[in-house]
Structures are given as C-alpha cells and as structure tokens.
Design a protein around this ligand. Structure first.
Ligand code: OAD
Length: 241
C-alpha cells in the first residue's frame, strides 16, 4: 500500500513553549499592540520607525529561541515517514529549520529576511532594521521592510499549498487558533479531497468541529506522542489515522 501523503500546518502555539508569544488570548501579542499599526502596509507608511521597533524585537527574540520537542518530533516525522510530506507554517521564526525540517513553506514570511520596497530585492537579514538602512541592491534608504506577510497582503506559496492539500491523505493542524484565512480554510480543503484530519492544540480552535480527530494539550507533549503513535502504526502498514 502506498504510504500516506501528509500536510502539516503549524501556528504560534508550537513555538509558545520556546518562549515566543502567541497572538491571541489574554497574553497574546495582539492584546497589547494594535496590529493595524505594526502589521499592515498602511501602518508602515504612517510610522515605519514603530514597525521596525516591533519587528526588531521579534527578530531578536525569534532568532535567539530554541526549538522544542514538538519541532523536533515534526522533523523526525518528515525524516522517518516514507510518503510525501509538506510542512506549512504561519510562523515567521526558524525553529522548524533549527529542529531539522527540510520540506517547509513559510506562508507568512520569514523574520530573517527583508525586502526593499524601492527595488523589490530580498535579502537574508539577521540584525535590526531602521529607516536609515540602505538596500544592498539599489543603494536607497527608507524602503527596507521585514519580508513578512502583513494583514491585507497575499500569503506566499498558495499554489504549492493548494496542490499539496488536494493530494494529501492526512492533514495535521498544530498550535493555531484558526482565526486567520486562508490557513483556516485548509482543513475544509483537505477534507474535500478525502484526507483524514487531526487537530493538535492546547484547546479546541475556531474550526475544531471540522476535524475528524483531535488531541488537546501542550505541543511539547501531544506532538511527540502523536508522531510516535503514527510512525509505529504506519511501520506496521496500517491505515493513516
Ligand atoms: P494564535 O495566537 O491565533 O493561536 C495560537 C494557538 O495556539 C491557540 O489556539 C492556542 O490555544 C494554541 N496554543 C498556545 N500555547 C500552546 C501550546 N503550548 N501547545 C499547543 N498549542 C498552544 O496564533 P496563529 O493561529 O498562529 O499572522 O495566528 C495566525 C496568524 O495570526 C499569525 O501567523 C499572525 C497572526 O496575526 C501575521 O502576523 C500575518
């Protein structure tokens, strides 16, 4: 029997135990900060220094963080699973790569990259940005911004993700509240193509009722347990869920 094709979607909850804040809920980033000011093109046009301050802080924290047992378990799943595998993350940290994941798409961008709004060139960038930062490609200053997908902008890799969802047998959603589209639609799309669906989260997400199966608890506990169970089952040639 052909091994199942897997798509995993992750959100901020998988990095919470690495010390990176989630967005929603009482301690969420968007509870203390207005996303329209720091995470939209209009906010950047109004006050670029404020946007740089916000992302400089997130870049420093994100790049200093350590991958946790949930990131490591997903890297192991990719390595040991025989079938197709794609990890789609809404996270802009690099903890999946740090843990060893290879087939990964950052649909909301990457904290370690910047883009020049003057010439559109993208660069790897691991230090702070300011309104004086000069673009290494065009030599102009003032236009450098984080290579992050902001609200009102189009997420990345939607064609590749759509194809993977169409062909997957198992869709696993981890640590995401299901508040932000189009990621919140992925479970319905996977189901439409007859995939089994599983939610692994601290608590039921907005779309919890759409999933065929669910485990609730901390990512560092439930993700390694799920991966162990899945690899043990598929090694015996059983069905994917
Ligand atoms: P949210 O903050 O909306 O949701 C995080 C989810 O993780 C919640 O459902 C929590 O219950 C769960 N959670 C928290 N701690 C956890 C833990 N230790 N183990 C497992 N689950 C845990 O974050 P996202 O769904 O990722 O976009 O948010 C989606 C997008 O909204 C982000 O990519 C970001 C944000 O605005 C942009 O900035 C464009």
């Amino acid at each position: 029997m052909k091994p199942p094709s897997i798509v995993v979607l992750t959100g901020a909850g998988i990095s919470a135990e690495s010390g990176l804040g989630t967005f929603r809920g009482p301690d969420g980033l968007w509870n203390g900060i207005d996303y329209r000011e720091v995470s939209t093109p209009a906010g950047f046009a109004r006050n670029p220094a404020k946007v740089h301050e916000f992302y400089n802080m997130r870049r420093r924290n994100g790049l200093a963080a350590q991958a946790n047992a949930a990131h490591v378990a997903l890297a192991r799943l990719e390595q040991e699973h025989d079938g197709d595998f794609l990890l789609v993350t809404q996270n802009v940290d690099r903890l999946h790569e740090q843990a060893g994941s290879k087939r990964i798409l950052h649909m909301h961008g990457d904290l370690g990259r910047v883009r020049c709004t003057e010439c559109d060139a993208e660069h790897e960038w691991l230090t702070d940005l300011s309104t004086d930062t000069v673009c290494p490609s065009c030599g102009r200053s003032g236009g450098m911004r984080p290579a992050i997908v902001w609200f009102t902008e189009m997420p990345l890799y939607l064609n590749e993700i759509g194809t993977a969802l169409k062909n997957c047998d198992l869709f696993i959603s981890i640590g995401t509240s299901g508040n932000v589209s189009p990621a919140s639609y992925f479970v319905a799309e996977a189901k439409r193509h007859k995939a089994a669906t599983v939610e692994l989260n601290l608590e039921p997400s907005e779309g919890a009722t759409l999933f065929g199966d669910a485990r609730y608890g901390k990512a560092t506990e439930i993700v390694p347990a799920f991966v162990d169970e899945f690899l043990a089952k598929t090694a015996k040639g059983s069905a994917p869920t």
